[in-house]
Design a protein around this ligand. Structure first.
Ligand SMILES: [Ca+2]
Ligand SMILES: [Ca+2]
Length: 172
């Protein structure tokens, strides 16, 4: 799904924050960095739509994002983007051992999904059960079509080969 120059997808597997980030890296990307209320609002809807394909409706609204404790209570985006926006739940981040961040829109709050720091666990099963968690992967910028890349590399190889053959013929 495209929004504001980025491409977004949910991780295929449920898991911990690190599982989700590993899956993002395998795709050549990172977990999402959220830079504005507009991006947060887009993701609130996106997560609900995507998770509702596989979860029961009251578990639709949770996902890992690329925000984590970089040490000593300092928070940062895993892709290195500067922090321009946060949307913590009131009272969060709380426990200092909860180093990983998910967004969630709870049933008693129908506004944008807010953020909570959590242990690196694969599922949210505390006083409210949101179930197993996916992560949101973000790829910034345009993605070249694979078929286009193959054609360009073939043309490049053909051009190089012809040039070499012509030069060789002239030299003889
Ligand atoms: Ca972003
Ligand atoms: Ca927390």
């Amino acid at each position: 799904m495209h929004f504001g120059g980025s491409y977004y997808a949910l991780t295929q597997n449920y898991g911990s924050w690190q599982d989700a980030q590993d899956e993002a890296v395998a795709l050549g990307a990172n977990l999402v960095a959220i830079g504005s209320p507009k991006e947060n609002a887009f993701l609130t809807t996106f997560i609900a739509q995507e998770r509702c394909r596989g979860c029961t409706p009251n578990m639709c609204n949770i996902a890992w994002i690329g925000y984590r404790d970089t040490g000593g209570g300092n928070w940062g985006w895993i892709n290195g983007e500067p922090v321009t926006y946060t949307n913590w739940y009131p009272g969060e981040p709380n426990l200092s051992a909860e180093d990983y961040v998910h967004m969630v829109r709870s049933s008693w709050d129908d506004s944008q999904a807010r953020w909570n720091n959590l242990f690196d666990v694969p599922s949210y099963e505390w006083y409210v059960t949101f179930g197993p968690i996916n992560g949101v992967v973000e790829v910034s910028g345009a993605i070249p079509e694979p078929s286009t890349l193959i054609i360009w590399s073939l043309l490049g190889a053909l051009g190089t080969g012809l040039g070499w053959w012509r030069r060789r013929k002239r030299a003889v």
